[in-house]
Design a protein around this ligand. Structure first.
Ligand SMILES: [Zn+2]
Length: 261
């Protein structure tokens, strides 16, 4: 064997978000990623009955969003099951209803945040537990620092979100941030791709779990303000979220290829 020499970096594989030139190609990509994300949510136990929704903006019609249909288990969802819903909550493509309450919330977030491509929300266990305390995430781990001064707490609980006004209030609480903890309700995350929004949701859920476990066991040591900010600069972008998500995506795509049907 010859003396080992470094392989030029550009010759090593490294996945980056694809750039699609055609709208059909981009639409197909977003729908595939949406179906995959919902199946991953099922695998992570994030589904509670018919609660929970992930939506992605259509690349052509900015006020239309692909969503999971009402009552279909996340674990069995396919690309063909997804429904396209306009900003008024009307299904414009698909065979099933959408969860109107959940969709109203999503639509108002999408409308308030044109930079956002995808929104994720579910009634996950640890997110709900932290939401019940009405507390934000503390910067006590590297992962939690991604949310440092970049998530909000929505403190008004007024029942199931069914009206646009409450959806707008949640969007106002979210502001320009990547996530919001809805008190007594759960977590909601956004991203510039399905993968980023899904990653933020999955990692935020686990950050809630860690915070609750650490506090139950003792007194967590917070990371200092400057260090927490610097860590967020390093780990808090949607690109880093997309990269972090790829191992999960590759697993679900490999194990459940029927999701693309
Ligand atoms: Zn909800």
């Amino acid at each position: 064997m010859p003396e080992p020499t470094p392989i030029p970096t550009e010759q090593l594989q490294f996945a980056m978000p694809p750039a699609h030139t055609g709208v059909d190609e981009e639409r197909r990509y977003r729908k595939e990623r949406l179906a995959a994300a919902l199946r991953l949510f099922a695998r992570h136990g994030l589904e509670e009955g018919v609660s929970g929704q992930v939506t992605v903006r259509d690349p052509e019609f900015a006020d239309c969003y692909w969503a999971n249909p009402f009552g279909v288990p996340f674990a069995l969802l396919t690309v063909g099951d997804l429904v396209l819903v306009n900003g008024e909550g009307k299904v414009v493509d698909g065979r099933r209803h959408v969860n109107q309450a959940a969709f109203t919330l999503h639509a108002q977030i999408h409308r308030a945040r044109p930079d956002v491509v995808a929104v994720a929300h579910s009634h996950s266990t640890h997110g709900r537990a932290l939401a019940a305390l009405g507390e934000p995430l503390d910067p006590i781990t590297q992962e939690a620092c991604a949310f440092y001064e970049d998530h909000a707490l929505h403190t008004a609980y007024t029942g199931v979100v069914v009206d646009e006004e409450e959806g707008r209030r949640v969007a106002a609480s979210l502001g320009p941030r990547k996530a919001v903890i809805l008190r007594n309700h759960g977590l909601l995350t956004v991203g510039d791709s399905v993968d980023a929004a899904a990653w933020w949701f999955l990692t935020m859920e686990r950050c809630c779990q860690v915070q609750l476990a650490a506090r139950a066991a003792g007194e967590p040591v917070p990371i200092g303000h400057q260090d927490a900010l610097r860590t967020r600069e390093q780990l808090g972008s949607d690109l880093v979220a997309w990269i972090n998500y790829q191992p999960l995506y590759q697993q679900i795509a490999h194990r459940e290829p029927e999701l693309f049907g």
